[in-house]
Design a binder for this molecule. Structure first.
Ligand SMILES: Nc1ncnc2c1ncn2[C@@H]1O[C@H](COP(=O)(O)OP(=O)(O)OP(=O)(O)O)[C@@H](O)[C@H]1O
Ligand SMILES: [Mg+2]
Length: 262
């Protein structure tokens, strides 16, 4: 089976800022995501997680190494992905409906159609009643859901999600995770998901990739052999705890390294 996305020996070096030295953000990174797989990346702050997504999405190019999409090196990677950025903000002066429509509007869908499709997805996922409200009138969880809908609306078979629930409290986060899984179980897109939250990565994923401290690379990967469909009750299952222990040990080691190098 051809991988949906594959990185081979990818390095990323950022040029020096002023008098400083170059930043080696990623060194010799290998990873892949299979079609329809849900893969999470966890790793300490600054290890290069967002840089990986930016490179896959075609916003940055690797300094060396190669990125394959469906087994091929493609000239423009941008059109292959729905991307939710780490701080994917809604515009305060646009209604929720117009914010959700924006993602496909910039892809060239006529405004009228974009607004219709935005309303349909808001209704499908329980925000129809807020379509004409402004972001400031919604809770943090609702805003995050709207930002995710903007990404989902782009008909791409692969989604890149950079800490989409990072700003939420634990309870809202848990509801959002179940919501995302219910969508993914219906339409089975490929998802590459970044998070700092180890439980979140295990709960959601087929496979968790753990990164080393900077310069980042994939240090270890773990198949998550928990049954699906999953709901929050699985968080207390013995197998869940075992998997969590494995990830925690790896990440703790890297986080100590990251903290002592800054
Ligand atoms: N455009 C840039 N120019 C220079 N350095 C950069 C640039 N983008 C990222 N970096 C550096 O590369 C490293 C990796 O950054 P990146 O944002 O990918 O980390 P991250 O794992 O996403 O961190 P976090 O968990 O805090 O979001 C950091 O040291 C960062 O300062
Ligand atoms: Mg980041």
């Amino acid at each position: 089976m051809t991988n949906k996305v594959e990185l081979k020996s990818v390095d990323k070096v950022f040029p020096p800022q002023g008098e400083g030295s170059p930043v080696v953000a990623l060194a010799n990174t290998d990873m892949h995501v299979r079609p329809k797989e849900f893969v999470s990346i966890v790793g300490p702050s600054g290890c290069g997680k967002s840089t990986i997504l930016n490179m896959i999405a075609g916003l940055l190019d690797p300094s060396s190494g190669e990125i394959f999409i469906d087994g091929k090196v493609v000239p423009d990677r941008r059109k292959h992905f729905g991307y939710m950025f780490q701080k994917d903000l809604l515009f305060p002066w646009r209604t929720i409906r117009d914010n959700v429509a924006l993602g496909i509007e910039v892809l060239g869908v006529p405004q009228k159609e974009a607004r219709e499709r935005a309303l349909a997805i808001l209704q499908e996922f329980g925000l129809g009643g807020f379509a004409n409200n402004y972001p400031s009138q919604l809770s943090g969880g609702m805003r995050q859901r709207a930002a995710l809908m903007r990404t989902l609306l782009c008909d791409r078979d692969t989604l890149l999600l950079d800490e989409p629930f990072g700003a939420l409290d634990a309870l809202t986060r848990s509801v959002m995770q179940e919501w995302l899984l219910s969508i993914w179980e219906k339409d089975h897109r490929t998802i590459l998901f970044i998070t700092h939250d180890i439980e979140e990565s295990i709960f959601l994923s087929d496979r968790v990739l753990m990164m080393s401290a900077r310069p980042g690379r994939i240090k270890m990967e773990l198949e998550i052999d928990l049954p699906r469909p999953r709901d929050h009750t699985i968080l207390t299952a013995p197998r869940f705890s075992e998997l969590k222990r494995i990830v925690l040990d790896q990440i703790y080691e890297e986080s100590v390294k990251a903290a002592s190098s800054t």
